[in-house]
Design a protein around this ligand. Structure first.
Ligand SMILES: C[S@@+](CC[C@H](N)C(=O)[O-])C[C@H]1O[C@@H](n2cnc3c(N)ncnc32)[C@H](O)[C@@H]1O
Length: 289
């Protein structure tokens, strides 16, 4: 208690230290964004959001976080650039091939027993994960009875996802991933090359619905047999992570399957009791209650 009081005395005499000032500026920036644009980054993990914000301050050639706040609040295009840089859209097709192989082996047999299948890719970024799922379902003869909901808060990424156009230079890695994930054909069967790009077959998009959805602020919108949310919640703090797990638990059907990223886990969340592991290594969980 005494130390706190002394601390506050020091604060009033010497002013806040650099770290404290930085945290205040970040809080003001994120509050301003939330109030003006409705995007809520206030419960993102501080260390990573701090890094991204500073990166953006330098990219905009500004002297401070407060200067970024001024610009973001007065210039919507600056805000849109910031959203893109905060969203970290890194992804790839058949990312972590072992996961997709295990999904074929352990989840596909369950899905065969359903009359129709609804899958939600929450935080789908530019769509590579979603096209991977579409290919997998097509090869397993399940695509026709499936609806895939692909959502992200980042509209720019979603536009690219809808187009299904990717750099040709990435196909070598994606082909390798596809084969390791149990792919059954030549990967090139799924796309057409044009100059430095490839476009994925429009047939794969037939049952995919792309939509903007923010996990921090939007509610549940359907009931799903499978939810993929990979490499999204690593950027959230415990409170937001728990909030999103609540949303998923509410949105999954009985025995629905939740798939998390390699560095994520249902443990240490308030929802660990709601699931049993289908595959501990690949972070595939099945709703138990
Ligand atoms: C690293 S990418 C992961 C993409 C893909 N799931 C994967 O594992 O390859 C993270 C994505 O989460 C999205 N994201 C971050 N916060 C979000 C939120 N609150 N609501 C919806 N999407 C969010 C970002 O826009 C970004 O596209």
């Amino acid at each position: 208690m005494a130390a706190t009081e002394q601390g506050s005395d020091e604060l009033s005499l010497a002013g806040p230290n650099k770290n404290e000032l930085e945290n205040i500026e970040i809080e003001l920036l994120l509050t301003g964004i939330h109030r003006l644009y409705g995007y809520d980054f206030r419960n993102y993990a501080l260390s990573s959001i701090k890094r991204r914000i500073w990166h953006h301050v330098h990219a905009e050639n500004l002297p401070s976080i407060s200067a970024l706040q001024e610009k973001v609040l007065h210039d919507r295009t600056c805000f849109e650039r910031l959203i893109y840089s905060l969203s970290i859209p890194v992804t790839e097709m058949f990312r972590d091939p072992g996961l997709f192989l295990t999904f074929r082996q352990k989840v596909v047999p369950l899905l065969r027993t359903y009359p129709y299948i609804r899958i939600w890719h929450a935080g789908c970024s530019t769509g590579e994960e979603v096209y991977s799922m579409a290919i997998l379902l097509q090869e397993e003869g399940l695509y026709e009875k499936a609806r895939i909901y692909a959502t992200d808060m980042n509209n720019r990424s979603l536009q690219q996802a809808k187009e299904g156009v990717y750099e040709i230079s990435k196909m070598k890695q994606y082909t390798k991933n596809y084969l390791e994930a149990g792919g059954k054909h030549a990967f090139s069967k799924y796309y057409t090359a044009k100059y430095n790009s490839v476009i994925f077959q429009p047939d794969l998009r037939k049952n995919i619905i792309f939509a903007e959805h923010n996990l921090a602020t939007d509610t549940s919108f359907n009931e799903f047999n499978v939810i993929f949310c990979r490499n999204v919640m690593i950027y959230f703090n415990d409170e937001l992570r728990d909030h999103v797990h609540g949303l998923f638990c509410e949105s999954l059907s009985r025995f629905g399957v939740l798939v998390l990223g390699a560095k994520e886990s249902i443990h240490f969340t308030g929802y660990s009791d709601c699931y049993e592991p289908l595959d501990r290594v690949e972070k595939i969980y099945r709703k138990a209650k």
